[in-house]
Design a protein around this ligand. Structure first.
Ligand code: PHB
Length: 390
């Protein structure tokens, strides 16, 4: 017997869980499935910066109170280059801020909210394909942990299943999307140490980029630009600290045991279409940004805000106009975020084979940002996030 619901959501990441939560507030029922276990979802370390609009949605909708109590408000960042730090004052320039609150904490809050509301949330259920996109009863065919087939029939199917989405091809067909690869990656570490800086430091150094971020009083997150083919295990801890120190000249890093290391790939992708018939893509299933602008999870939330309104109009009022425009509306912000992420990346990283000219031009660009109120405001506006369509 197929499971019947109004909205079938594939993927219990930030996009899928928040969509289900916001729909629930309009009385629209949904079923969320994810191939992973709850423990895996709640413990995988991902990004950490939430735009002000993301925080307002999470706290204002009752999805998370903890973001305000356990998260940390950051009113600026430091851009470092040529041996000096320059503060970008977010609140001073645009009256907005960001919050440092790790993605897996957002997920814990959203999962708890879904389960408390008695919603149908199924872990260990792997979607295999979506059928009937062009009908008004699309179906998800999935398999549970015991190998049994699960069929979910809905009014709308949403692919919120990340960058390896199984739904994407149903929506984009052979056209796919716009894609860009970068000739570098980030080496990320988590270490046990006190914070080295109150605010995040984005550093352009002659040897390449580094980011000094943080997680809590005793755990810090840091990254440095590396070759995409780097083997994360190939470095001694001593070597990792040597590299990090050389990338933030003038800053004293508090060092400590490194207990996690990973290499993050750098890519940009935007699906040409985010909707086909009654099947929709949101979040990483539809687009990927390089992490320099801290936009990934925030873009997923922005998609969901647009989609919630469209589904409310479609499913409660029978009005198809917002739903029909969903892809065009969502892609406008996606491309602004793509540009911002690309800009931050290109301004801060060392391109392999960069010439003397390229290096000095980059410092000129950084100076033109930090020494101008308009430049600082432009960066602050993009980083803290443009207003959400509501
Ligand atoms: C992080 O803390 O993981 C982080 C912060 C800012 C970024 C990317 C990652 O731009």
């Amino acid at each position: 017997m197929p499971v019947r619901t109004r909205v079938a959501v594939i993927g219990a990441g930030p996009a899928g869980l928040l969509l289900s939560h916001l729909l629930g507030r309009h009385g629209i029922e949904s079923v969320v499935v994810d191939s992973r276990s709850r423990v895996e979802i709640e413990t995988t370390i991902r990004a950490g910066i939430l735009e002000q609009g993301t925080v307002e949605i999470l706290s204002g909708s009752g999805a998370s109170d903890r973001v305000l109590t356990a998260g940390h408000r950051h009113e600026g960042i430091e851009l470092r280059f040529d041996g000096e730090g320059h503060r970008i004052d977010f609140t001073g320039s645009v009256g907005r801020a960001v919050w440092l609150y790790p993605q897996h904490e957002v997920l814990k809050d959203l999962i708890a909210a879904r389960l408390t509301a008695g919603q149908d949330l199924r872990f260990g259920v792997t979607a295999e394909r979506v059928e009937g996109a062009e009908t008004d009863r699309p179906r998800v065919l999935a398999r549970d942990a015991g190998g049994h087939t699960v069929e979910i029939e809905a009014d709308v199917v949403v692919g919120a299943d990340g960058s390896r989405s199984v739904v994407r091809e149903t929506v984009t067909g052979a056209y796919g999307g716009s894609f860009r690869e970068y000739p570098f990656a980030w080496f990320g570490i988590l270490c046990e140490a006190p914070p080295s800086s109150e605010e995040l430091i984005y550093s352009n150094s002659p040897d390449g980029f580094a980011l000094i971020s943080r997680r809590g009083p005793g755990v810090q997150r840091m990254y440095f630009q590396c070759d995409p083919g780097t083997d994360a295990e190939a470095y001694t801890e001593e070597r990792l600290w040597e590299i990090l120190r050389s990338r933030v000249p003038g800053v004293t890093l508090n060092e400590g045991p490194v207990f996690q290391r990973d290499v993050l790939r750098f890519r940009s992708f935007v699906a040409h279409e985010m909707r086909r018939g009654r099947v929709v893509l949101v979040g990483d299933a539809a687009h990927t940004v390089p992490p320099t602008g801290a936009k990934g999870m925030n873009l997923a939330v922005a998609d969901v805000v647009v989609l919630t309104e469209a589904l409310r109009a479609l499913l409660l009022d029978g009005d198809e106009s917002l739903f029909g425009a969903f892809s065009d509306t969502a892609r406008q912000r996606v491309w602004k975020a793509q540009h911002f992420s690309w800009w931050m990346t290109s301004m801060l990283h060392r391109q392999p084979g960069a010439s003397d000219f390229d290096h000095w031009r980059q410092l000129g660009e950084l100076r033109s940002v930090v020494e101008s109120a308009a430049g600082r405001a432009y960066l602050a506006e993009g980083y803290t996030g443009w207003p959400l369509a509501r």
